[in-house]
Design a protein around this ligand. Sequence first.
Ligand code: ZN
Length: 257
Amino acid sequence: MAPPRTYRTEALTLRRSTLGEADLLLTLYSKDRGKIRAVAKGARRSTSKLVGHLEPLTRVQLSLSMGRSLDIITQAQVLSNFAPLKENLAGITKGLYVAELVDGFGSEAQSNPAVYDLALGTLDAIAKDPESELPLRFFELRLLNASGLMPELYECVECRRPVAPGSHRFSPNVGGILCLDCGPSEAQIRPISLRALKVLRLFHRASTSKTPSISVAPALAQELKTLLASTISFWLEKEIRSNSLMEHLQRDTKSAV
Ligand SMILES: [Zn+2]
C-alpha cells in the first residue's frame, strides 16, 4: 500500500466549525496552496496536541495528510496569534472581516502569496491600532488587485481617455472610473472626489503589503468605505456564485465516478 501523501505549509486560520464528537473542520488560507479545508481529528479533546493551535485568526505551521475529500491536520504550531487584535471587539470584528474576504476571494488549490502576505500585514496593522479603519480600506483595494479585479483608476473604462481632474465618476460594476461623457446603461454610477481617487491610487502604487501611513478626514474615510464596499460586494456576489457552482460541479463529478 502506498504511504499517505503528506505536506507542510504555513497558513492563516480563517474559520472553524465543529465536526462529529471531537473534530474540528477548518478553513485556512495557506501561503503556497491557497485555500484549504481540512479536518483536525480529536482537536476538541483537552488531551489533543492540537488544542490551542487552531484558533481563528492564527498564523500556523501545519503538517497535513491528503485525504480523499478533505485533508487531515496532523501537526500545528502557532507562529503568531495576533493577541493584541483579539483584546477588543473592534480588533476582533476587523480581523474576522479580513478572514471573511480572504475566504470569499480565495480559491482552493490555487496559491496567491500576495493575498497571504496582505492578510498577515493587515492583521498586524489592526493589532497595532484596532480603531483605525484605514488598514481595511488598503486591504480591500489590494485584495481586488491581487485577485485580478483591480478597478481602473487612471482612464475612463469605456473610452480610455485619461481622467481629467474633477470630471470623473466611479462605477463598481463596469470596472472603475468613467468620464462624464460615458455611462453605459448597466452601470451603477457613484460620485468620487479627487481626494478619494488620489488615496486609491496611492494604495494601488504602494510597494508593500503595509498600509501607507496617511491621515484621512472622516468624510473622506466614509467615501472610501462606500466606494470600496460597493466594489467588493459586486465581485464577492459573483465569486460566491461561481465558487458554489464550481463546488456543485465537483461534487457531481465525484459522485458520478
Ligand atoms: Zn469615457
